[in-house]
Design a protein around this ligand. Structure first.
Ligand SMILES: Nc1ccc(F)c(C(=O)c2c[nH]c3ncc(Cl)cc23)c1F
Ligand SMILES: [Fe+3]
Length: 301
């Protein structure tokens, strides 16, 4: 007999409050705040808004992967190895910092003055990959399969992972993650299976979402992050039939990593010694930061 599905209950809901970050950029941070840490493998989730003139000039990373999802506008990136590119609306960049990256992330020059909006998710790297060679994987909007569910009342972009029989492009990040972008018309109901035992959350981008079923539904408003219990294998989410606009949210899941997390800003290692060494390597241009010596980005000037 088919195993009946067990809904994932809600463990906690946090509001992503606005804060300044980088150079005059604004971010709504949910994961990575005092109210929401220890969500392995997830280290940070920023819902960012960058106006021309603001951005994230030259800065380092070691020991994590960053996944940048552009919702509106475009962001240029340029690193110390000469990698340059632009991610546009609906595109993603999967960056594995590994042993070390120094780069800048700035609004694309052709921006029409409107804000460049998106999500940046930081994912911890397993111990054995902390010192791996850096790697990029751009995923263009056109490469992302989408699936209509509930009679077309909802559309799911399968950025990474699986949904309703549709598989994403493979091998985007080293740490296994599922990222689903769900858009729901009023009254839509979505049931999304998630891998057993994975860490899972949902961040509401637009409108109000109702998680759970029947009387056990919980209303979650825009800019809130819903963290689910580990137990269970499906998430139920609905849009109010009386809603005036669409509801949009991302559902994200990833394998918890059984390791210490010691983080100092963009240096994420497994011990204080590892973080200290990262700081020393960055300052002395060693062990992966050699190319930072005498390097300045064009876009971050
Ligand atoms: N202070 C600090 C330290 C280290 C960083 F890597 C960053 C940083 O680059 C970002 C943090 N949130 C982000 N959202 C979107 C984008 Cl494109 C970049 C960032 C930063 F701001
Ligand atoms: Fe960065």
């Amino acid at each position: 007999t088919a195993a009946c599905s067990v809904p994932r209950a809600i463990r906690k809901v946090v509001l992503a409050g606005e804060q300044s970050e980088g150079a005059r950029a604004r971010v709504r941070r949910s994961i990575g705040t005092p109210g929401l840490r220890n969500l392995s493998p997830f280290l940070m989730l920023d819902h960012f808004s960058i106006k021309p003139g603001a951005g994230f000039p030259d800065h380092p990373h070691r020991g994590q992967e960053t996944i940048t999802y552009l919702l509106e506008g475009a962001v240029d990136h340029e690193d110390f190895a000469g990698n340059r590119g632009t991610i546009g609306p609906g595109d993603l960049q999967f960056m594995t910092a590994g042993r070390g990256i120094v780069h800048a992330e700035m609004p694309a020059q052709n921006a029409d003055g409107s804000a460049n909006v998106g999500l940046q998710l930081w994912v911890d790297l397993p111990r054995e990959l902390k010192a791996c060679e850096p790697r990029y994987r751009d995923l263009r909007a056109a490469e992302i399969p989408r699936v209509d569910v509930d009679g077309g009342k909802a559309t799911i972009k399968v950025i990474s992972g699986q949904s309703h029989g549709i598989d994403s492009v493979k091998d985007l990040a080293y740490t296994p993650v599922w990222i689903l972008d769900v858009e729901m018309k009023p009254g839509a109901k979505v049931t999304q299976p998630l891998p057993q035992g994975w860490t899972a959350f949902s961040y509401v981008l637009e409108g109000d979402a109702y998680f759970g079923e029947g009387d056990a539904r919980t209303k979650v408003a825009q800019y809130h992050n819903v963290v689910f219990d580990q137990e269970g294998d499906v998430v139920h989410v609905e849009a109010d039939p009386a809603a005036t606009g669409s509801t949009r949210l991302v559902i994200v899941a990833g394998t918890p990593l059984d390791q210490e997390i010691v983080q100092y800003g963009p240096f994420v290692l497994n011990s204080k010694e590892g973080v200290y060494k990262a700081l020393m390597d960055y300052q002395s241009y060693a062990n992966g930061f050699e190319r930072a010596k005498d390097w300045q980005s064009e876009i971050g000037k």
